[in-house]
Structure formats: C-alpha cells, structure tokens
Ligand binder design. Structure first.
Ligand code: KIV
Length: 268
C-alpha cells in the first residue's frame, strides 16, 4: 500500500496517472504506478465537458469511489472540483473530509493559491492529507485567459516558489507543478522537503503525472508536453469496427456464443 509518507520517502521518481473508473484504475494499479489521481480533468477526459469548471462534487465522489474499489496498492488522490473549496473554509474542510470518509480517497488535491494556505493547514490538522497544485491551475482558466504556461517571468516564478514553501509549511505532503518552466520546477524541487510531481514542468521534479487519455492515446488530442505511450483509441476503433462488421454480416454471434435448450424445441 502506498502511503503519503511512502511517496515522500521514495528514492525513485514518483509516478502518478489519472483514472476515472474502476477498470482503468485496476490497470494503472497493476502496472505499479504509485498514485492514482481522480482528477477533475475527468470533465474533458470522461464527461464530455469542454473544461473542468462544470465538474461537480458528486461526480468526483462517485468516480473516486469506483477508483478506490479497484485499487489495491496505489495512493488514491481525489481532486476537489471548482467551488467545492475556497468559498467557505468549514465547507471546504468538510467536503475534503467526505472524499476520504465516503469515497475512500487517501488524500485530496487542491488547485492552490494564496487563499489555500490556511485551508491546507486546517485540513492537515484534522487528518486530511493535501496535495497542493501550483503553476497552471485549469480551474482559473477564465482569470488566466487560457491554458497558458505560468511562472515565466521572475516575479511570477518567485510567487510560485513562495507559495510552494507556504503550502509545504502548512502541511501539504506533495505538490503538483503544472506547465511551468523546467528550471523553475527544478528550483522549487530543490527548495522543498516535500516531493514535487510535474506535468509539463520538465525532468527535475521528484515525479511525473499525466492524464490517462493522453498517456495511452485515448483522446483525439494531447497537449505538447505529453507523450502517447500507446494507441488505445486506434485499438478500440478497430475492435468496435470489427464488432459492427461481424454483426452486420451475421458472423456474430456464432454457435459457440449461443445456447440452445433441447426442451424448448417445437415451441410453436
Ligand atoms: O485534473 C487533473 O487531472 C490534474 C492533473 C493534470 C495534475 O489536475
């Protein structure tokens, strides 16, 4: 069983992938990935939304339950969706706690900023492990004006370094760094005692995370910082076309897929 402490003490690079359902989580877990993130990227990757903003608490909780039931070894991290945290501190802590108590997550991830430092401390105090997330935070797409690289000038980079330190001091057990320059991610990693997990943040983080659709080639598009390690979309398309053809031509179902009960002969 991977624990938050286990992640922190790992010598080798940490691996994390998203999963949004039980069969995918079982594969990710069987492959030996350290942590499964039930990301709010499910909005785009699994639910057909065009951003993460519409994803609801109920959707994350339901998907987290499915992932947790199928995962034996990996740490299950549930992403807190837009507005499920940050409006009211008590409500934020309660929502985070529900993801552990009702959906069986091991930890929560929060898209972080100055407003989440005290919240991280409070959650940690009551026993909820928090993975912080800085750099590109997709829930802020409207404020940022797009999914653009972050921390690209000195002031912005220093703000990220300071916020990373503040979240580590507040008790975060790990930090996701998304779409920031590799040298900034390297500096943050060097400065922190907790592990950094990068996505589009270069090779100097303590670990890497990708969205499962991008990693296995399930989507029609993947961001430039991702790599497709397979062609699941192509494989599924081949299988579905083969099924469609077999049914249309009468080749499926064959005798071996059917059951005949002798007593039922001569029904008419
Ligand atoms: O929602 C998500 O999948 C994420 C990762 C991309 C880090 O936040």
């Amino acid at each position: 069983m991977t624990t938050t402490r286990g992640l922190r003490d790992r010598e080798e690079p940490i691996t994390m992938l998203t999963a949004y359902d039980a069969p995918t989580a079982a594969i990710v877990d069987e492959a030996g990935v350290d942590a499964v993130l039930v990301g709010d990227s499910m909005g785009n990757a699994a639910l057909g939304y065009d951003s993460t903003l519409p994803v609801t608490f109920a959707e994350v909780a339901s998907r987290t339950g499915a992932v947790a039931r199928a995962t034996e070894d990996a740490l299950v991290v549930a992403d807190m969706p837009f507005l499920s945290f940050g409006v009211d501190e008590a409500e934020s802590v309660r929502n985070a706690g529900r993801l552990l108590k009702e959906a069986n997550a091991d930890a929560v991830k929060i898209e972080s900023g100055p407003h989440t430092v005290e919240m991280t401390r409070r959650m940690t105090d009551v026993g909820i492990p928090v993975m912080a997330h800085l750099g590109l935070t997709p829930q802020h797409v409207n404020r940022l004006g797009g999914y653009t690289r972050q921390g690209t000038d000195r002031d912005a980079a220093e703000e990220i370094i300071d916020l990373a330190g503040a979240h580590a001091d507040a008790g975060a057990f790990a930090l996701v760094l998304e779409h920031v320059p590799a040298n900034l991610a390297g500096a943050v990693t060097e400065a922190l005692a907790i592990p950094t997990i990068g996505i589009g943040a270069g090779p100097d983080c303590d670990g890497q995370v990708l969205v499962i659709n991008d990693a296995v080639g399930l989507g029609e598009w993947a961001p430039p910082f991702s790599r497709q390690f397979g062609d699941v979309r192509g494989e599924m398309l081949n299988a579905v076309e083969a099924y469609e053809e077999a049914v249309r031509t009468g080749e499926f179902p064959a005798d071996e897929h059917s059951h005949v009960e002798d007593d039922l002969d001569d029904l008419y």
